[in-house]
Design a protein around this ligand. Structure first.
Ligand code: GLA
Length: 410
């Protein structure tokens, strides 16, 4: 059995930097400080691409906003409604971006006002290249003009793609749009989408608030396509090496969610959602919120699991134990708590019998399972299932997880 224990130095050091890194909203009005304070926890919302592709219009977006509220998603923390590619059709004589007036007859300002009236925020999409991936006009050469336009419309979030980039330098291209957003007079979250091609985790902190790390997600548990497109496990494996780059205001973007789109089993979707929460990944739902099964709502609005994602420390989980097809992931939380996810990649059940103290989980000075007792709470069953003094016994289904929260007793 392959058994590999990741050194704990990262977690030890991270515990020392907790207070310094926690980004509470900055009070001053300097545009740079405001920009940096915009995403203290991973952004949560919905994006049109995974389910609708280019087939978006005003009516759908308004209905999605309504459903975000009526389904309980807003209450669970989802905020942004993001229009992905295909809302734009050209530029006018003054090079202002032109909105598709057939599908968006009342324009983007109208949509922004509607979304804001629901207590939600609106996001939009553009591209650092001259064209978007669907060959609509990109922002190259018009970054400041476009940012001003977004501000006038009331946009709160920009996803910025990398098609037709014409071999620009990625850092420079994204910095230009970042500078444009900082200068536009409105706080706008900046989502960098260059698919991890230029290792944005090494340069994008301070330029954007989140950055994609892989090609596009596909609605599958374990798949990888030559033409680009990856499943849940493939993304998790890329995220595993990037934990040191995530923190308040700057997140590794594991891609939009596929929960509810039909390509995976319930256990696989639970794994998908649990792991995105463990990984402090942005939670952008990608399904049709107007037609959700109870099962989908239950997954997307699990507040105990979302609370792990939104924990103020902003730590991304590390793969604490890798036993081949069975893994244990750990995410330090505020107040000395810790979230753990037992991930069963096997095609058969994992009959877990876990001895906490024997397996010496020592994460940081204040989290030492040999010295302190912790209660163990199952975040999907919503019940306490013992303490760290007794073995954790659980049957984890194939491709499933057991996700727990450890809280110090006393
Ligand atoms: C790229 C992005 C996707 C989506 C499409 C839109 O593929 O990675 O997330 O925005 O473009 O064309």
């Amino acid at each position: 059995m392959k058994r590999f224990i990741v050194p704990f130095l990262y977690l030890l050091l991270s515990s020392l930097y907790i207070s310094a890194q926690s980004a509470s909203p900055v009070k001053d009005s300097n545009p740079d400080s405001v920009f940096l304070s915009l995403a203290p926890t991973p952004p949560m919302g919905w994006n049109s691409w995974n389910i609708f592709g280019c087939n978006i219009n005003e009516k759908i977006i308004m209905e999605i906003a309504d459903a975000m509220v009526s389904s309980g998603m807003k209450e669970a923390g989802y905020q942004y409604i993001v229009l992905d590619d295909c809302w734009q059709v050209g530029r006018d004589d003054n090079n202002n971006i032109v909105v598709d007036s057939v599908n968006f007859p009342k324009g983007i300002k109208f949509l922004a006002d509607y979304i804001h009236s629901k207590g939600l925020k609106i996001g939009i999409y553009s591209c650092a290249g001259s064209l978007t991936c669907q060959r609509r006009p990109g922002s190259r050469g018009h970054q400041f003009q476009d940012a001003q336009q977004y501000a006038k419309w009331g946009i709160d979030y920009l996803k910025y793609d990398w098609c037709y980039n014409e071999e620009q330098n990625a850092k420079a291209a994204y910095k230009t749009m970042s500078d444009a957003l900082k200068a536009c007079g409105r706080p706008i979250v900046f989502s960098i989408c260059e698919w991890g091609e230029n290792e944005p985790w090494k340069w994008a902190k301070g330029i954007g608030h989140l950055w994609r790390i892989t090609p596009d997600i596909r609605d599958c548990y374990n798949c990888k396509f030559d033409w680009g497109g990856v499943g849940v496990l493939n993304i998790i494996d890329v995220m595993a090496d990037l934990h040191e780059y995530a923190g308040p205001g700057h997140w590794n973007d594991a891609e939009m969610l596929e929960v509810g789109n039909g390509g995976m089993t319930k256990d696989e979707y639970i794994t998908h959602f649990s792991m995105w929460c463990m990984l402090a990944a942005p939670l952008m739902a990608g399904n049709d919120l107007r037609n959700m099964s109870d099962e989908t709502v239950e997954i997307l609005t699990n507040k105990e699991v979302i609370r792990v994602n939104q924990d103020k420390l902003g730590k991304q989980a590390i793969r604490f134990m890798d036993m081949g097809k069975q893994e244990i992931w750990a995410k330090p939380l505020e107040n000395g708590e810790i979230a753990l996810c037992f991930l069963n990649r096997n095609d058969s059940e994992w009959d877990l019998d876990y001895n906490w103290t024997k397996n010496t989980m020592y994460f940081a000075r204040e989290i030492d399972l040999r010295k302190k007792e912790y209660s163990v709470r199952d975040l999907w069953a919503h019940k306490n299932i013992g303490t760290t003094q007794t073995n954790l016994k659980y049957k984890i289904p194939k491709h499933g997880v057991l996700m727990v929260r450890l809280s110090p007793i006393n």
